[in-house]
Design a binder for this molecule. Structure first.
Ligand SMILES: Nc1ncnc2c1ncn2[C@@H]1O[C@H](COP(=O)(O)OP(=O)(O)O)[C@@H](O)[C@H]1O
Ligand SMILES: [Mg+2]
Length: 239
């Protein structure tokens, strides 16, 4: 079943006399439990696509369904609700608040309605999932990059999101921590989590089960392309 359906999505920016077609006709389903990597050259539209999937922006035209509901033209307040209640975000630069403790950082996405006790319990549960309970009183600056990213993943998990979006989540990590973070993502997907990540790293992309290849605001491997465009060496004799 599809968690998200994009139908002929376009995002155009008017720049004076020129129109920048950041996305120009994207049709795509994100299935529940799927694990996708978004790849493509710089400027191809990856971030724009992630912004739309992350309810940070809305399309110029086209239709977007989330869990069967039409979310193409939501107000800013409704988009904020989806971000807070349905999504988890992981960023290249971790984006933890330096003055808050690890526990406070992970509690942050939880809504005000819950009791402090409940919020602490949920945050600790999420930190246990990423193996970081021994650092709950630390500040982000006292942790290594890999540890910070695991805390950021706990923060993404704390709301029990339907979708996790990770934009270059391993871009600032050394090889060992890349492996650790990817093992964690793989385990979450095995447990049923739906995950989309953007990466430049082909080894990271290989963890995903499907590739979303973007070029000039289009999907490569769409109906207009042959299979050999997506898999350049498929079916060819090895030299
Ligand atoms: N807010 C914006 N205003 C105008 N042009 C934009 C804006 N955001 C992105 N673009 C343009 O849209 C294209 C796609 O950008 P982006 O989605 O950031 O690509 P990528 O993440 O693949 O590098 C680029 O040509 C970029 O310059
Ligand atoms: Mg980008």
């Amino acid at each position: 079943m599809a968690l998200i359906e994009l139908q002929d999505i376009r995002k155009h920016y008017k720049m004076g006399d020129e129109t920048v077609k950041a996305l120009d006709g994207i049709t795509l389903n994100i299935e529940i439990g799927s694990y996708s990597a978004v790849l493509g050259p710089s400027g191809s539209g990856k971030s724009t696509l992630m912004h739309l999937l992350g309810f940070m922006d809305f399309p110029t035209s086209g239709k977007m369904l989330f869990d069967g509901d039409d979310v193409s033209r939501l107000s800013a307040a409704k988009r904020a609700w989806y971000r807070a209640n349905r999504l988890g975000f992981v960023f290249q630069t971790f984006n933890l608040l330096p003055r808050l403790s690890i526990l406070e950082n992970v509690r942050l996405p939880l809504d005000y309605a819950r009791s402090d006790r409940k919020k602490d319990d949920l945050a600790k549960e999420a930190l246990a999932r990423v193996d970081m309970t021994h650092r709950i009183s630390h500040r982000p600056g006292q942790l290594s990059g890999g540890e910070r990213q695991r805390v950021a993943i706990a923060r993404a998990l704390v709301n029990n999101p339907k979708l996790i979006l990770a934009d270059e989540p391993t871009g600032n990590l050394d090889t060992k921590n890349v492996e650790r973070v990817m093992e964690l993502f793989d385990a979450l997907v095995d447990e049923g989590q739906t995950l989309i990540l953007v990466t430049h790293d082909l080894e990271v992309a290989q963890h995903a089960r499907s590739i979303i290849l973007v070029r000039d605001g289009h999907l490569v491997g769409g109906e207009e392309d042959g299979p050999e465009d997506r898999f350049p060496h498929a079916g060819k004799e090895q030299q």
